[in-house]
Design a protein around this ligand. Structure first.
Ligand SMILES: Nc1ncnc2c1ncn2[C@@H]1O[C@H](COP(=O)(O)OP(=O)(O)OP(=O)(O)O)[C@@H](O)[C@H]1O
Ligand SMILES: O=P(O)(O)OC[C@H]1O[C@H](OP(=O)(O)OP(=O)(O)O)[C@H](O)[C@@H]1O
Ligand SMILES: [Mg+2]
Length: 292
């Protein structure tokens, strides 16, 4: 019985709240208590640990953790050999990938990576930066930065390689992007050992399925309506081409119910058209999970 526990790393820091929120939506209630690095989860088969995103892949590679959530960036930077269970398209505030970018002050003469030959670059991702410069045949002094990297140019460094999501930190510090080093999304990773263990693998796949189903449902709603059979074609024509609505019979043989899922953003334009085409009793309902 003791084996039937999955040790799961939750990323401390930027991804912590977004990760916990996604797990909650997926049905795993993760709660944090102040100063404790052992979040509670309402599944006796899971044991959570709060680990820095930077270190996650290393502990997962060694099997100290069976699995964890971290960024693709830190998997690359650490070079850890882990099994990717799935990609999870979420960042700290948005659903877009983050970008690691080479930046200089707005008024710097630097226009391309080549202009950084012999200069000083500060970054938290020394390995990625080294590889990127080597790819472009540039030799520069790369300095590890413990954070707050945006403050460094121009006094403490000529350029930085830093992560950006919304771009507000770069703007606030008068920095300009010279080029992109890496795009990164969040990943659910497992140790190769855990991924080979049938019980753990099934548990990991089930968690991944539920997490992905929540992300897939974001921005989507369901629409349910009644239509006379002779108007069905006209109503279905209004729905987005790729949607295959479910059509079911009603107790009155003249009528059918149409059920479909669509982007919430199109609903306000869609509902009046559906009504015009003959749909009645049109109901929009929220959906929280979609498994294709
Ligand atoms: N807006 C964001 N800012 C920083 N990291 C983000 C953001 N959105 C997603 N991430 C991801 O979160 C992880 C950041 O982890 P990391 O521990 O380096 O930063 P942090 O949690 O902000 O800690 P620190 O305080 O040291 O910066 C990376 O994998 C990164 O890609
Ligand atoms: O493009 P943006 O949306 O501004 O996001 C990028 C910023 O977010 C991160 O900092 P974080 O919020 O993790 O704070 P930190 O300084 O403690 O790392 C990162 O280090 C950048 O500073
Ligand atoms: Mg940060």
């Amino acid at each position: 019985m003791a084996d039937r526990v999955l040790k799961l790393g939750i990323p401390a820091g930027s991804l912590q709240e977004a990760t916990a929120e996604l797990f909650r939506k997926a049905g795993y209630n993760i709660t944090f208590s102040s100063r404790s690095y052992y979040p509670q989860v309402d599944d006796p088969e899971i044991e959570c640990l709060l680990i820095r995103a930077q270190e996650m892949a290393r502990y997962v590679e060694k099997g100290i953790l069976d699995a964890g959530i971290t960024g693709h960036d830190w998997v690359c930077e650490t070079g850890a050999k882990v099994t990717e269970i799935c990609e999870l398209q979420f960042s700290k505030v948005s659903r877009r990938p983050v970008r690691w970018v080479l930046c200089v002050p707005n008024d710097s003469p630097v226009q391309s990576v080549k202009d950084l030959q012999g200069k000083r670059i500060a970054t938290e991702v020394v390995g990625l930066t080294r590889d990127y410069l080597a790819k472009h045949g540039v030799t520069a002094e790369i300095e590890f930065s413990w954070g707050a990297t945006e403050v460094k140019p121009p006094q403490l460094a000529d350029a930085i390689v830093e992560v950006t999501e919304t771009g507000s930190s770069l703007r606030a510090n008068n920095l300009r992007i010279v080029s992109e080093v890496l795009q990164s999304t969040t990943r659910f990773i497992a140790s190769p050992h855990a991924a080979r263990d049938p019980w753990k693998r099934e548990k990991l796949d089930n968690i991944a399925l539920m997490l992905k189903s929540c992300l897939a449902a974001e921005g989507k709603v369901g629409l349910l309506m009644n239509v006379r059979r002779d108007q069905l074609q006209e109503v279905v024509k209004q729905l987005p081409a790729l949607q295959n609505p479910t059509v079911s019979s009603l107790s009155d043989p003249e009528w059918v119910a149409v059920n479909t899922i669509l982007d919430e953003s199109v609903v306000r334009a869609m509902m009046p058209r559906l009504k015009m085409a003959g749909a009645t009793g049109i109901v929009e309902y929220p959906i929280s999970k979609i498994i294709e």
